[in-house]
Design a protein around this ligand. Sequence first.
Ligand code: NAD
Length: 369
Amino acid sequence: MSSNEFKISVLAGDGIGPEVMLEALRVLDSASNKYNFKLRLDHQLVGGIAIDQKSHPLPEETLNSCETSDAILFGSVGGPKWESLPPDEQPERGALLPLRKHFGLFANLRPSVCFPSLTGASPIRTDIIEGGFDVLCVRELTGGIYFGEPKSINQTTDGRIAIDTMIYNESEIDRIARVAFNAARGRSKKLTSIDKANVLRNGILWREIVENVSKDFPDVELDHLYVDNAAMQLIRRPKEFDVLLAPNLFGDILSDEMAMIAGSLGMLASASLGQSKGNGLYFGMYEPSGGSAPDITGKGIANPCAQILSASLMLRYSLGLTDAADSIDNAVRSAIDKGYRTGDIFSSDADTKQVNTVEMSDAIIDNII
Ligand code: NAD
């Protein structure tokens, strides 16, 4: 393959996954023509559809495809049809989590962007979010209390006890901190690290290692917040944040809080990054923050922006195609600014036009320059 040619595993999955994936691929096609790169797409089954056709949510050929790809573009999995299966055989638990584990996807990046023209979709007071905001949540994804051992519920003479263990070692903190600092470097150069250093030993080590890493990034301004205070400050002054860095548990909660503050699930992309390729790029899996949305599947009304912005993250973090990624991000913003809205972000009081999934993508493609 030439240096501007990449192999991408495309796992559209279930529900609205295939609908919005189709649109993301049209946008990528347009960007590839303009920015002179080539994507070799390898479509593979995942989730419920893979259970139906291959008897497994993550078939071997899907995993093999991902192993030989530069990145994974993922849609969404799951739906009512598969909810009565045993938990470990269900689409999310049987495909999404094993994929993250198999590829060591330790860094979850969720841009929480509230466009100035979409502030009406946020539940936050208009005077607080006027002009919109753009916060990137960087969450450690494979460590901390979600994975630490021992983890059990045990019978004792005093009744049952539940045990979860929060463990971080220095290298886990160091590598996620570097992802966050590098991301901040490409943005407003401001990083807020979240911990609970006033109570948890984990927090003390987290803060110390983050401080150490910051010495390699003197151009990035670093501050620290306790997680409880962060939960409040994000609501009080979201516009003042740039990049948030958080351990697994705190990042899980705060990134959902940020998604809510931004107002619309259909707009929010995410990247889960694994091993660094050594040049500021990572192997990664890119997917919308929302799920398979069974309530609107097949109606042609899903918002394709989250999937399209996930594709843009893929160009940025796995393929190093920054100009093309910028162009897609700007095209989404332009389409929104021009008033194009799918149903989930439509409000009749503004100067807007309600469009379907394909029309929204057309408007975005028209704005790729
Ligand atoms: P959901 O995110 O699918 O839907 C929540 C609400 O948001 C729904 O009203 C839906 O219509 C809306 N929504 C989501 N994405 C949208 C979009 N692009 N455009 C317009 N509206 C959108 O969450 P849920 O209903 O809790 O879960 C449905 C299924 O998805 C379940 O089976 C769940 O397990 C699965 N799920 C999968 C993933 C994933 O694949 N990563 C993530 C979350 C949930």
